[in-house]
Ligand binder design. Structure first.
Ligand SMILES: [Zn+2]
Ligand SMILES: [Zn+2]
Length: 346
């Protein structure tokens, strides 16, 4: 007992001494040097090269989601890097994942709802500062010109300030201006071993809205954007390894809308009820899984993001073993020459 008391006293003394030491400028400066060195070493270290097709969840949420970023998926191969959508909060996750922004080749938009386009400029800025060697191209269905031109115009002064401050050698003005390319359903890009195919998604009254399929050296992933399950979905997932699909928990959304109505919040109740008809219910995705040969279905753009394990269980009711619920910073690795899909949670 005496020993324990002495130990507590010594620890208390050391803690007290430590606290005093931390107030000394010389100690703070030494810690600052060590801390910043660790940060500098860590930049980019999180991203290690791999021969696999890799998929990163930069944003798993819909507008009905707290604590997670809105829609954003990254598809990376040794030679390619594309982002699909750029919802609010997604660039923070891109940085946390250490994705190589300097080699970003394109931003593929599924449609122009705000939860898919909020951070277009942040993506542009991050890759421009990172040293991207060519202007960033924004791909999307009809309307992509309007969105891209508006972003370019709205942030013109930001680009002028940054080039003025850091110099045109570091931030060439031409590389800060977004390019755009309007796409139609079908193969939109073939670059080496990568083929990207756009397909029509069902997200009424938004038309056109699209999803994308990536094929790379025998591995494939489909990213839906916002969509109900349709005949087009069934066609595009044929033979695909991984499907990341917009997913809505009908029991949760229905209960939420009814609760809002009962609480006298009729506007919110209607808005919540309205989302039901243009996102894929988990039941419709289970049915898609039964009808197709897709190997794994990952729910993203969660409507709503489940806030606890009970809501998670409700979201995942009845789903088979090859279905997963995504969260921000999750990674999927699809090794070439294999049919494995490695799921890494943060
Ligand atoms: Zn939408
Ligand atoms: Zn959305």
């Amino acid at each position: 007992m005496k020993k324990v008391i002495i130990l507590i006293l010594v620890l208390g003394l050391l803690t007290g001494v430590g606290r005093v030491l931390l107030t000394l400028p010389a100690v703070q400066d030494a810690l600052l040097v060590r801390g910043t060195a660790a940060v500098a070493e860590g930049v980019g270290a999180a991203f290690s090269e791999s021969t696999s097709l890799r998929v990163y969840v930069c944003g798993s949420a819909s507008p009905l989601g707290m604590g997670q970023a809105q829609a954003c998926i990254a598809v990376v191969t040794p030679e390619h890097f594309y982002l699909i959508d750029s919802g609010a909060g997604s660039t923070g996750n891109i940085n946390r994942l250490g994705l190589p922004m300097e080699r970003l080749q394109g931003l593929l938009l599924t449609h122009f709802h705000s939860d898919h386009i909020a951070e277009i400029y942040e993506v542009n800025l991050g890759s421009w500062i990172g040293g991207r060697p060519a202007p960033l191209t924004v791909y999307g269905p009809r309307g992509v010109d309007e969105v891209t031109n508006a972003v370019n115009a709205g942030y013109r002064l930001d680009r002028v300030y940054r080039t003025g401050h850091h110099g045109a050698d570091l931030l060439p003005p031409a590389l800060g201006v977004l390019a755009h390319k309007m796409i139609s359903p079908g193969v939109i890009l073939e670059d080496g071993d990568l083929k990207i195919t756009a397909y029509v998604s069902e997200h009424p009254p938004i038309h056109p809205a699209v999803g994308y399929r990536f094929d790379y050296r025998g591995r494939s992933v489909v990213v839906s954007g916002d969509s109900n399950v349709s005949g087009e979905t069934l066609k595009i997932v044929d033979g695909a390894d991984l499907l990341l699909h917009d997913a809505l928990s009908l029991p949760t959304v229905t209960a939420l809308s009814e609760a809002m109505g009962a609480a006298g919040r009729s506007r919110t109740s209607k808005i919540v009820a309205d989302v039901i008809d243009y996102h894929a219910s988990t039941d419709s995705l289970i049915e898609l899984g039964e009808k197709s040969d897709v190997d794994m279905v990952a729910f993203y753009h969660l409507v709503p993001v489940p806030l606890n394990s009970v809501l998670e269980d409700i979201f995942m009711r009845g789903v088979p073993d090859n279905f997963v619920l995504t969260e921000d910073l999750m990674r999927f690795e699809l090794p070439i020459g294999s049919d494995k899909i490695v799921v890494n949670r943060p």
